[in-house]
Design a protein around this ligand. Structure first.
Ligand code: FA5
Ligand code: MG
Length: 464
């Protein structure tokens, strides 16, 4: 499979992704063919796919208050390191930048790890705010929603997949310096109060059963000095109420479909302080669902440096941004037991969903699974250093590359150091199971053999 997408030009290895050719980099390139193959699926654009249905529903709801959000749904997944990290103020040593966590195309390009990679560009499109900057796609709207596939090297289990979906949201207000006559507040404060009141009214009418545990303290979660307390307060409230509105609408639909009446069913969310390099103050929101707190979204008041990067004038603007994970919400709403199902081509999955409707997934059958263990000694040279060059995500990647969606989970089940030789041994248990069909022993054995061979070839381990 690998050779299909890789090619050589004048002896230089290159990768073609969605029609564009990139030079490989000897140290950085770590993108796998599994990921390359997933990068042109655009599940979020399919109107009758759970992820597409959820995206549309949230877009409609957020634009129902005042239609302030420009929609962006077609950004390509490869972005620059600058867009994904530098423009957002990620420090050089941030763990998110490491090759064990991120799929790099080369030293300058990567598969975006979040939709925030497009914030600077989209802020720069808001015409009123940077009149000097000539964007190719200007918009009049003071906000935007970006939905896209995002990529992270990660573990393998029912809720983790190397590709998932996020929706980025943002909203800005232009500050007015002028003092108003007769003790009236500045125009932008009036505007923010007006926008907030409208949102609160809608929230009261539509989501009276939402119980919110807010965190309004700014201790350890500081505001920026160019903003007044009142500005931060109005902006934060508008941010939180906007997210509460979308969360309430999504979960109320679910409660209704489960036969609960709106007036009876309460549900809880809580705000928790968080840290992101390009927002302050920052929070995460969690929802209490079936006995567990589930993290839905990170957000905050946008740091001015980001707006300056987008071409805004100093002290001119106040804004918020959020990044919402769509897959876990979609799994819960549609009662989808395994994240791999989103990616299946099986009609028995796709025929179950309709545009605009949240319906319960009916499993078409549970195919039997089978497990295989792989145990190995690390090579002697690696044991001397405390940091092993094999990261757990590298093991995951090999299994994904060989097994594709036939792998359900990979778990470390045993690890020890030989008391005499000091050699380190690891044992991983691989669960094989297909969502679509029965697997034969022969094909699993072959995959398992390939995994073992790759471990030896790439990392020089001794199999046990
Ligand atoms: C971010 O990605 C930030 N870009 C969010 C943000 C945007 C903050 C704008 C401030 C301003 P985080 O890595 O926590 O943050 O991911 C955001 C959401 O994506 C999470 O709350 C979760 O819902 C979802 N998410 C994160 N990792 C995964 C994963 N491996 N699988 C499924 N969903 C995930
Ligand atoms: Mg998080």
């Amino acid at each position: 499979r690998r050779s299909v997408l890789r090619r050589f030009l004048h002896g230089k290895p290159q990768i073609k992704i969605n029609g564009k050719v990139y030079d490989e980099h000897p140290e950085y390139t770590n993108v796998s063919s599994t990921v390359l193959n997933l990068s042109d699926r655009s599940l979020h654009l399919k109107p009758a796919h759970p992820v597409g249905i959820l995206r549309k529903q949230i877009e409609d709801k957020l634009n129902s208050t005042s239609n302030s959000f420009q929609l962006y749904n077609n950004f390509r997944p490869v972005v620059t390191v600058e867009e994904n990290f530098d423009s957002l103020g990620f420090p050089q040593d941030h763990p998110g930048r490491s090759k064990s966590d991120t799929y790099y195309v080369n030293d300058k390009h990567l598969f975006r790890t979040h939709t925030s990679a497009h914030e600077v560009e989209c802020f720069g499109n808001i015409q009123e705010f940077c009149p000097k900057v000539t964007s190719k796609t200007p918009t009049e709207k003071p906000g935007f929603l970006i939905t896209a596939d995002v990529y992270r090297r990660d573990e393998i289990d029912r809720t983790h997949y190397p590709v998932f979906h996020q929706m980025e949201g943002a909203r800005v207000w232009r500050r007015s310096a002028e003092k108003c006559a007769d003790g009236q507040e500045p125009l932008h404060i009036q505007k923010m109060r007006h926008d907030l009141a409208k949102l609160e009214k809608q929230l009261r009418e539509e989501s009276g059963n939402l119980v919110v545990q807010d965190d309004v303290s700014l201790e350890g979660n500081p505001k920026q000095s160019y903003m007044s307390d009142l500005e931060v307060d109005l902006c934060s409230q508008h941010l939180k109420r906007s997210i509460e509105l979308l969360v309430a609408q999504v979960f109320n639909k679910k409660l209704e479909s489960m036969g609960c009446k709106k007036s009876e069913a309460e549900f809880q969310v809580r705000w928790i302080k968080a840290y992101f390099p390009w927002t302050t103050p920052s929070w995460e929101i969690e929802v209490f669902w079936q006995g567990e707190w589930l993290e839905l979204c990170g957000c905050g008041v946008v740091r001015e440096q980001l707006l300056l990067n987008a071409g805004y004038d100093k002290d001119s603007t106040i804004g918020w941004a959020f990044g919402l994970g769509l897959d876990r919400i979609a799994m819960l709403l549609f009662e989808i037991p395994d994240i791999r199902l989103f990616w299946t081509q099986d009609e028995r999955f796709h025929s179950q969903f309709r545009e605009g409707q949240i319906t319960k997934f009916k499993p078409y059958s549970k195919y039997p699974g089978t497990t295989r263990d792989v145990a190995f000694w690390l090579p002697q040279t690696q044991e001397a250093s405390t940091l092993s060059p094999i990261h757990e995500n590298d093991i995951m990647e090999i299994v994904r590359e060989e097994a594709g969606d036939m792998v359900e989970s990979v778990k470390l089940i045993d690890q020890f150091t030989h008391p005499k030789t000091n050699k380190k041994s690891f044992c991983y248990r691989i669960n094989y199971q297909s969502m679509d069909r029965n697997l034969t022993n022969n094909e699993i054995n072959e995959i398992q053999e390939n995994v073992r061979r790759e471990l030896v070839q790439k990392y020089n381990v001794s199999l046990r």
